[in-house]
Design a protein around this ligand. Structure first.
Ligand code: AMP
Length: 231
């Protein structure tokens, strides 16, 4: 049987997670699941989840673990991520989320029925570089198209469909500082957590997206060969 790849992508805000996840998902023909996109869509729709998380997302805070897990479990079940494989973008962001979704480590319960994981890919980019990338990032709120402006004072650029791509509401200097601090304190501990399970692969995320993607594919080759092998 051909097992579909199951991949988590870690990295600071602005490390290029969204871009690399989209490239990987297309290359491997698996769903790209971004919790940030799920929350932004909920906020746009004004759903009960959206109303609860709007202020948190805009302020650069972390949505409480139980609410994140509800949303991710529901999405995982509806789209049967265990069977389809996946590229997870922005989840997990805390060790508690990882333990709830991938099971405790060392494994305790033989009855665990989570979706499983082949590899956690960490994109390593220095803080100065991500701050610069975020200040020049412009995103289309309609279709998620992302671009970089040369001059950080430029407010918007047209996306290919003609909508204005603008700065994300949580890309303001204050929200970015908060998100980077939270990354170090809450998400950083996931690297040793995945490493202890033998699932962590670290790739240099500095440079143009296509060069980074070449590095990513090279680094993932052994894992992807293993996950595609007949069982
Ligand atoms: P992102 O697009 O991944 O940067 O996510 C945007 C925002 O959504 C984050 O700053 C958080 O407020 C929220 N968010 C997304 N994923 C998670 C998560 N796994 N845990 C907590 N908050 C999250």
């Amino acid at each position: 049987m051909d097992n579909r790849p199951r991949i988590v992508v870690l990295g600071r805000q602005g490390a290029g997670k969204g871009t690399q996840c989209a490239l990987l998902a297309e290359h491997l023909a698996v769903p790209h699941v971004s919790t940030g996109d799920l929350f932004r869509a909920a906020v746009r729709e004004g759903s009960p989840v959206g109303q609860r998380v709007a202020g948190i997302v805009d302020g650069g805070g972390l949505v409480p673990d139980d609410l994140v897990l509800d949303v991710v479990w529901e999405h995982a079940a509806c789209s049967d991520l265990a069977a389809s494989g996946y590229v997870l973008d922005g989840f997990p962001r805390t060790v508690a989320q990882a333990e709830a979704f991938f099971g405790p480590f060392p494994p305790a319960a033989s009855t665990w029925t989570g979706p499983g994981l082949d590899v956690a890919l960490e994109l390593e980019v220095p803080v100065e570089v991500v701050v610069e990338r975020i200040s020049t990032r412009r995103v289309c709120p309609v279709d998620g198209w992302t671009s970089t402006v040369e001059d950080a004072t430029v407010e918007s650029v047209p996306c290919p469909d003609g909508h204005p791509a603008v700065q994300r509401s949580d890309d303001t200097a204050e929200a970015v500082r908060r998100r980077l601090t939270l990354y170090d304190t809450e998400t950083g501990p996931l690297s040793p957590w995945f490493a202890a399970r033998g699932e962590l692969v670290v790739v240099d995320g500095n440079g143009p997206p296509d060069q980074v993607f070449t590095r990513v594919l090279r680094a993932l080759e052994p894992v992807l060969d293993r996950s595609a092998a007949p069982t």
